[in-house]
Structure formats: structure tokens, C-alpha cells
Design a binder for this molecule. Sequence first.
Ligand code: DAH
Length: 339
Amino acid sequence: MLDTLKEHLAEVEKYTSNSLDEIEAFRIKYLGKKGLLNEFFAEFKNVPNEQKKEFGQVINQLKSLANEKVNTLKASLSENTDNQGKYGDLTRPGEPIEIGARHPISIVKNKIIDIFSRIGFNVSEGPEIEDDWHNFTALNLPEYHPARDMQDTFFIQTDPDILLRTHTSSVQVRYMEENKPPIRTISPGRVYRNEAISARSHCFFHQVEGLYVDKDVSFADLKQTLQYFTTEMFGKSKIRLRPSYFPFTEPSAEVDVYWGLETETDYRMTKGTGWLEIMGCGMVDPNVLENCGIDSKTYSGFAFGMGIDRIALLQYQIPDIRLLSENDVRFLEQFKSAF
Ligand code: DAH
């Protein structure tokens, strides 16, 4: 009989279950009115006196062990069901995490920043809501200057002094007002022009402005910098500078990169010439330096400005500029592997 009791002790000890019905059946088996423990207690009177002590101890041990078991199993069961209510099924496999993609504008912008930062340019930014001075006047575009018409401007309400910047050249002015040469900075940002929206033009787009001011900066420095840029950016080092006009630079030029005529697409993109226009540039006009508090007798500089959207359209063969601002995930998802 003592052996039977000890077997039960071992059995209770290892018992486990996470079903409420099973635990209840276990409780009834040991602790119920007609349960084993009551049976053992009933047997107690038949146990020889000298064994009673040991017997009593083991039965009590079995009783408290069974009680404890039932309580702990029930407690852990209710804890589990609580958790399920709060967090769902904790054993379920995790949901796959969707990896996002950078916007093509950001990819191109970051690449341009990266290329110029390697030759000592920092990044500067200015406000999109600008005043007349920073967007026009300081850049050698006084009131009634005909070149103001080159860029159709959005004015804010009725105040002709406040506008949405038409180019990032405004950041040049701000940077020169606040910093002394040597200056090497690029300024990426969004610009606005009152233009009809089509596949090729939009009323807002993005530019990167570049500015280098120091003693003895020459046109040769400008050309070398641009050549370094096109080689790093497009893997193409052949460029040409065509004379042009911008009020804030003198002399001014437009930069074309030789794209080649190897494929059908090259033909289409370059209209059969092999050349692609990528930016405007020039030597900073001395008037502009003076307007910004920099002595034009001691210092000279070059500047350039390019459209980020245009480069993104070129690099990714995107046929319509509107795709860049529509945020259609089917379009954006295609840039997952770029960075
Ligand atoms: N601001 C000009 C534009 O929006 C681009 C540009 C041309 C910027 C020549 C420059 C520059 O800094 O030197 O069309």
C-alpha cells in the first residue's frame, strides 16, 4: 500500500496538461469526494499502528501535492488565455516585414550629394517660401529685368515680395550672406514655377545648386569639377560647354554630356545628336558677390544648377514626370533594389 501511494506521488509530480477538462478530471480522480485520497484515508484505520506515522505523512504529502498541481496548472492556463486575448496567438510565425524603397528623386539627390561631398562640398538648404531679394534681386535680377520672365513665378497672396522660389540659386545668396569664403556648398531642394503640367514639365520639381567661392577660382576649375561629376554620376567624361546667359553668372554656359548613340534609346533621348543638356553654370557675377557681402576683388567663384527630376527621368527611363509626384506604389516599388 505504501508503494502504491509512492507511485501516485510520482504520477502527480509529473502530471501536466493545458486542458481545463483534463485538469478537472485529474482533480476529481485524486481530490473528489469519491477520489483516491478519500479512499486512502478510509484505509488508514486498517494500517498497523507502527506504520501509521509514515503512512499519514505520505498521504498528506500526496494531498497537498495534488492540490498544488491543480492550482498551478489552472493558474498558468488562465494566464495563457489572457495573453491570447491581448496579443493573439504568440506561437504564430511572424508576419514578413515589407522593405520599402527610396523615391527616385531621393536616390539621385543622395548620389549627387555623395559625389560632391567627396571633393569637399557641404550641403546647405534654404526656405521654399522666399523673398524677392534672395530669389531675384541679389542674383542680379532687379525689378523689371527681362530675365525674370524666364521663370514664371508663383507669388504668395498679394504680396509681390513673397514668392515660391523658382530656383535653388536663392540658397547661394543666403549661404554667402552667412558664410565667408572659402565656400564649397551644394543646395538641393524643391522649386516652383507657374507652368502647365504635362509629361515633360511640372509646376514643382527639384534642383541642386552648386557654389564654389575662394581666391583664384577659375573657369578651368569649374570645367574640371563638372567633368569629375559627369564621370562619377553617369560614367561619362565627355562634356561640352555652350555659351549661354544667366544674370547671376558671367560668363555663363550650358553643360552637355556626351551620352553616345549606341542604342535606340540613346537616339531618342538625345534627339539623334548623342548630346544631353544637364545643367547651367558659370562664374559668379561680381555684382552677386558684392550683393552678398563678399569682396569681388579678392574672391571669385563658380556656380551651377541642375534639375534632379530630369536626371532621374534619364537614368531610370521614366517616360512621364508626373509619375514622380503621384506616389503610386506600383511605380515606387520598382526602386527597391536601388539605394
Ligand atoms: N538657376 C538656374 C535655373 O533654374 C540654373 C543655374 C544656371 C544655376 C547657372 C546656376 C548657374 O548656379 O550658374 O535655370
